[in-house]
Every structure is written in structure tokens, then in C-alpha cells.
Design a protein around this ligand. Structure first.
Ligand code: ADP
Ligand code: CIR
Length: 344
């Protein structure tokens, strides 16, 4: 393999950190699952507009290709090689009263974590048999959940296009044909092995075999962040008692995208800030101060509609889950203050 063709004006972390020296040192390396540098970088090579551009095929990718991944992890999370990740899932440590009790700004709140099953390759390097095994064993565990978490599993295979489109439009289900995932082999054998579990109210959902083997999601209308977090923590603990997750003392929960390592948590609100959105510089000054990311209303790589944005924590590694949610809460309080001042 030769050094890839990366245009001068490419701004992804791949383009920034894949120097010719790093490339030379890694180009012939392979993990025990047969995952190569060429595969790890293909998404960013095929999609020059990537923000990051790399994926791991297995936990070992993070050590085998460390000269590339460590740079990206440091750049994205501010997390160094000697740092140690720490977890705190105690809702009592979260100080997050509803920032919008009158329901003027926050439409909905969602918190998700990514998880992968221990001792298996991640999605980019998994075989069809292994992926199907993940599906059957995870669903077996999910089917034993009780109370608020009780629900049913809906495989993508056999789901009608209407039902699938409706679930996507209503923000419950992952989309199909993502070009970033496609280029790293995460869409192989689609739709087999993929599906969604959810309770009746759709406040607790689990995506199976998308970018990560599990995405555990808690969501509801309005801004009660603590209630959403508490439900998520209960769900994580219940599932963890049935399925062993891939975890590493240095980089926390192992995920296929390096942006998700650590807590693997993204806590977001859909929030209407039409006045603030007219001054993107002021908007970004607030989100940067609280380590937040702005996304469009249909998820990553989508646009805003009617001044409504998806605002979430950007940092996931080297901070606890409680801190990740606290970042989001505190930033949202500041955004609402600024929007109110502009409205007046
Ligand atoms: P992820 O959260 O897994 O990183 P995306 O950014 O693609 O992935 O979002 C997945 C889906 O979740 C999208 O349909 C998005 O609109 C929806 N979503 C995210 N945050 C919220 C929220 N606070 N309220 C409602 N839906 C949300
Ligand atoms: C990109 O590089 O733009 C895509 N591969 C997505 C990166 C961020 N993904 C994520 O947070 N899950």
C-alpha cells in the first residue's frame, strides 16, 4: 500500500495526523483479527470531508496503530498516553435540575452509550457468524429485562420500509447506508444481524450491531436530564449483568470510533435557539466554553431545522459519565440564558 492521496485542504484528524513517517511505521502492521492500517483509514480516505476519518477493528487496533490513534485521541479528548480513564455512573453526583421547566426551549433529551461485547472483534472486523451471535446473545439478555425496561426486539430483516422510515424520522432508529460506516465495512451483510429493542414508550432503546454492537439509549420529551440519566444507568447495569462488555483501564469502554472511547456517552438535547443561531460566532463561543458539539436535528452530518439544534457533550474520555452529562447541562443553561437575552 502507498501513502494515500489526501488533498492539501483536507481538515480531518486523519489528514492531520497520518504523516508519511507514521504511515511508514504502520503500513505493514496487522492485528490478530487481520485488521490493517488500510482498513482503519479507508473511511477518511474515501470521505475527505470526515471530521475524524479512522475506525478501530478491535481493541488491539488501539495499540497496534497507536502512533496514529494516540495522536487523534489526544487531539479530540485532550487525553494523554499516561492518563487513566475513570467511570462514575452515580446519578446522585449529578447536579442537573431541568434547565427549562416551562418547556420553552428544550424539545427532548437523549443520552446514549456505546458498548461492545468482550473478546470479539468490533464491527469493522467482525464476521457474519460472530455478528449474528452478538445479536442472539444480546437479545436473549434484553428479553429478560423487567419493569420500565421491558420491551421487544425488532430485527431490521423483515421490517417494512414504512416502519423503518418512521422510526428514523422520529429519531429512534439509526439511518441506513451511512457512507462513513460503509467505507470501513460496518455495513457488511446489511440488514442481517441488525435491529432495535425498545420499551412501549420508546424511552429506553437499544440499537444492535450498528457502529457499535450496542447503543444503549434513554430518551424522552422535555429537559429532565437527571431522569434520563437515571434510566440509562439502570439499563446499563441490568444489561452488564448479562453481557460482558469490552473495557480497558487506560481508554475505558472500547468503541469502533475513537471519539467514543471512555464513557462512550453522548448526552444531548434538541433545543430551539433561533435568535442565537443568527450569530454562529456567539453560539460557538458558548458551546466551546462548555465542551459541547453542535449537530443538526437528524443526527451527525445533518442540518438544523427551524433553529433547532442537537447540543451534546464533546468530551467522552478522561472524564466521568457524570461530568459528561454535567458539561451538557451547564452549557444548556448558558445557551438558554443567551437566547432569552436576545429574545427580550
Ligand atoms: P449518536 O447519538 O448515536 O451519536 P446520531 O447523531 O446519528 O448518533 O443521532 C442518532 C439519532 O438520535 C438521530 O435521529 C438524532 O436526531 C437523534 N437524537 C439525538 N439527540 C436527540 C435528542 N436530544 N432528542 C431526540 N432525538 C435525538
Ligand atoms: C467522521 O470522521 O466524520 C465520521 N467517521 C464520524 C466521526 C465521529 N463519530 C462519532 O462521534 N461517532
Amino acid at each position: 500500500m502507498n501513502y494515500p492521496n489526501l488533498p492539501e485542504d483536507c481538515t480531518s484528524m486523519l489528514c492531520k495526523h497520518l504523516t508519511p513517517e507514521v504511515f511508514e511505521a504502520l503500513k505493514d502492521k496487522t492485528t490478530a483479527n487481520g485488521f490493517t492500517l488500510e482498513q482503519a483509514i479507508n473511511s477518511g480516505v474515501m470521505n475527505i470531508d470526515s471530521g475524524i476519518g479512522v475506525y478501530a477493528g478491535d481493541e488491539e487496533s488501539y495499540s497496534t496503530f497507536a502512533p496514529l490513534f494516540d495522536k487523534i485521541i489526544e487531539d479530540y479528548h485532550g487525553f494523554g498516553k499516561e492518563d487513566k480513564h475513570q467511570s462514575n455512573l452515580n446519578p446522585d453526583d449529578l447536579n442537573a435540575p431541568n434547565p427549562d421547566p416551562d418547556g420553552e426551549f428544550i424539545i427532548s433529551t437523549r443520552i446514549r452509550v456505546g458498548r461492545n461485547v468482550a473478546n470479539l472483534p468490533l464491527g469493522p472486523a467482525i464476521s457474519k457468524e460472530q455478528r449474528d451471535l452478538v445479536e442472539s446473545s444480546v437479545v436473549e439478555g434484553l428479553n429478560t429485562l423487567e419493569g420500565e425496561l421491558e420491551g421487544s426486539y425488532h430485527p431490521l430483516l423483515g421490517m417494512s420500509k414504512e416502519v423503518q422510515d418512521e422510526l428514523i424520522k422520529d429519531h429512534f432508529l439509526f439511518k441506513e447506508g451511512d457512507r462513513f460506516l460503509d467505507a470501513v465495512g460496518l455495513n457488511r451483510n446489511w440488514p442481517e444481524g441488525r435491529g432495535i429493542y425498545h420499551n412501549k414508550e420508546k424511552t429506553f432503546l437499544v440499537w444492535v450491531n450498528e457502529e457499535d454492537q450496542l447503543r444503549i439509549i434513554s430518551m424522552q420529551m422535555g429537559g429532565d436530564i437527571k431522569e434520563v440519566f437515571t434510566r440509562l444507568v439502570n439499563a446499563i447495569k441490568s444489561i452488564e449483568s448479562k453481557v460482558q462488555f469490552s473495557y480497558n483501564d487506560h481508554i475505558g469502554y472500547i468503541t469502533s470510533c475513537p471519539t467514543n472511547l471512555g464513557t462512550a456517552m453522548r448526552a444531548s438535547v434538541h433545543i430551539a435557539v433561533p435568535n442565537l443561531a443568527k450569530d454562529m460566532e456567539a453560539f460557538k463561543a458558548i458551546t466551546d466554553k462548555f465542551y459541547l458539539q453542535i449537530r443538526g436535528i437528524h443526527g451527525e452530518h445533518s442540518e438544523s431545522e427551524g433553529g433547532v439544534y442537537d447540543i451534546s457533550n464533546r468530551r467522552r474520555l478522561g472524564i466521568t459519565e457524570v461530568q459528561a452529562v454535567q458539561d451538557m447541562h451547564d452549557g444548556v443553561v448558558a445557551l438558554i440564558e443567551a437566547e432569552k437575552a436576545l429574545k427580550a
